[in-house]
Design a protein around this ligand. Structure first.
Ligand SMILES: *Cc1c(COP(=O)(O)O)cnc(C)c1O
Length: 366
């Protein structure tokens, strides 16, 4: 749905007249946490039927006014992305594979009947925000500036059809290291709920999927676990993913397996990057199916040695314990495994410019 008029979209720049003081910003950067502190600016781009994308602006971060009938508030036409800007070893700033986020954003847009945004406009919007708010990128090891591009349907209309106006926004939030040193292994709960059904929206990064995952995630926490893992909706047998992270299984014989992207799993960019790195490590990398029963059996026999989850926010997280209605089991020693740590170190080194970027994943900004 991108129109010719979108090409050559010009951004208006309005620097914040009263940005956060150095003191305030430094206090935030000393302990950024995740997702609660935001930078001074934001990007907004409007889309209207007949006109396409227009009014691209980078200016002071501000609340947005929406008509109470705005369709996003009723029928959840909303999609988002998540990516990080990292300080590089040489002092420059870089994004990790933003083109992949731009492409995935458009796949999500298509599934939610929303207009697509030219990929170069998506990347430029993120780049501009990072440049404008570069003082907000934390220095600490493992820290980054988390970027959240998203799109909402803004038309005031209660009928059920695609809206005729949308807003694309990018906000930024400094993020600390998830875990100060090596990540501890997490414990996960096998949910009776499902996240995504065949033909549904599981492969789209839309807010609605997350709304539906809150009860299962709450159940996992209430039972003393860290995360929820979902099985497939049709047979309730095959392992899919966590609420917001993909899964990998490492076997004693050098096989590394991740559930195949059959339409109900989100195509993680971390997942994809690890596929490449694992192949380079000489592992036999397989995209296939893996059942909960097999997982339990292989963990008991020692055939399965490690399991880890992956996603932009925490990069790679070891899974130590799995529990469900039929009891629980431990993976390996229950702690972080060697392969998990090795793959994480390789990926993080590339993201931070400490290892050669032989795949063209690093998008240097300045
Ligand atoms: C975003 C997301 C992931 C991880 O994707 P990355 O691109 O690696 O951050 C995994 N699963 C779900 C459901 C997600 O929304």
């Amino acid at each position: 749905m991108a129109s010719l008029a979108d090409a050559g979209l010009k951004f208006t720049t309005l620097p914040h007249p009263a940005p956060a003081s150095d003191e305030t910003r430094e206090a935030v950067l000393a302990n950024p946490g995740f997702g609660t502190n935001f930078t001074d600016h934001m990007v907004t781009i409007e889309w209207t039927e007949g006109q396409g994308w227009h009014d691209a602006q980078i200016g002071p971060r501000h609340p947005i006014a929406l008509d109470p009938a705005a369709s996003v508030l009723h029928y959840a036409q909303e999609i988002f992305e998540g990516l990080k800007a990292y300080k590089q070893a040489d002092g420059s700033i870089a994004l990790f594979r933003p083109e992949a986020n731009a492409a995935r954003f458009n796949r999500s847009a298509e599934r939610l009947a929303m207009p697509t945004l030219p990929e170069d406009v998506f990347v430029e919007a993120v780049e501009r925000l990072v440049q404008m708010d570069r003082a907000w990128i934390p220095d600490a090891e493992g820290a980054s500036l988390y970027l959240r591009p998203f799109m909402i349907a803004t038309e005031a209309f209660l009928g059920v059809r695609p809206a005729k106006s949308y807003k694309f926004i990018v906000i930024a939030s400094p993020a600390g290291n998830y875990f100060k040193s090596g990540a501890p292994a997490v414990s996960i709960w096998v949910s009776e709920y499902t996240r995504a059904a065949p033909g549904g929206t599981g492969a789209a990064k839309c807010g609605g999927n997350y709304a539906a995952s809150l009860v299962p995630q709450g159940e996992a926490i209430a039972r003393g676990h860290d995360q929820v893992v979902f099985l497939d909706a049709a047979e309730h047998k095959w392992i899919e993913e966590l609420g917001g992270m993909n899964l990998y299984f490492a076997f004693e014989d050098g096989t590394l397996l991740t559930p195949a992207l059959t339409g109900t799993i989100l195509a993680g960019i971390t997942r994809d990057s690890l596929l490449t790195l694992a192949r380079e490590e000489g592992l036999n990398v397989v995209e296939g199916r893996y059942s909960l029963d097999q997982w339990r059996e292989d963990a008991a026999s020692g055939k399965l040695v490690e399991t880890f989850a992956c996603g932009t926010a925490a990069v790679v997280t070891p899974v130590g314990r799995v529990a469900g209605r039929d009891g629980e089991f431990t993976i390996g020693s229950g702690g972080p495994g060697q392969l998990t740590q090795k793959l994480k170190n390789r990926l993080v080194a590339i993201q931070r410019g400490e290892a050669d970027d032989t795949h063209g994943w690093i998008h240097t900004i300045a």
